[in-house]
Design a protein around this ligand. Structure first.
Ligand code: FES
Length: 130
């Protein structure tokens, strides 16, 4: 069996939503200390909808594919759904990742959470009740 699914290879070779959003409503950057990979997410949020999302990832193929898929999963969706995005959902949408590459999808979940934290720090009135 191939190490990576076709979807992983597709999102690695043709990543969706790469780039920067100037004046983004939320920006999050996370890294993994062990592998040194870094992921940055930019969110444009209007009317509680993720209108746009872009990413920059300096990392492995799984990290690039995970960021790309994660952006596709939350783009155009309510912020409440983006908040619930898990690394498992990202990995499943990619038709799986090798076990030792699951941490790459964790980076995508954390980057989005971090961007949403940034958004809520600027708009505390939008924060859902705990
Ligand atoms: Fe670290 Fe993939 S090896 S994010």
């Amino acid at each position: 069996m191939a190490l990576y699914s076709e979807k992983v290879m597709d999102h690695f070779r043709n990543p969706r939503n790469v780039g920067v959003i100037e004046d983004a409503d939320g920006v999050g950057e996370v890294g993994n200390a062990k592998c040194g990979d870094i992921m940055k997410m930019y969110l444009r949020i209007e009317d509680d909808i993720v209108q746009d999302v872009k990413f920059e990832t300096f990392g492995c193929a799984s990290a690039v594919a995970s960021s790309s898929m994660a952006t596709e999963l939350i783009k155009g969706k309510p912020v409440s759904e983006a908040l619930k995005l898990t690394n498992k959902a990202v990995a499943e949408a990619l038709d799986g990742l090798p076990a030792y590459k699951m941490h790459c999808s964790v980076l995508a979940e954390e980057a989005i959470q971090s961007a949403l934290d940034d958004y809520y720090s600027k708009h505390p009135e939008k924060k859902p009740e705990a």
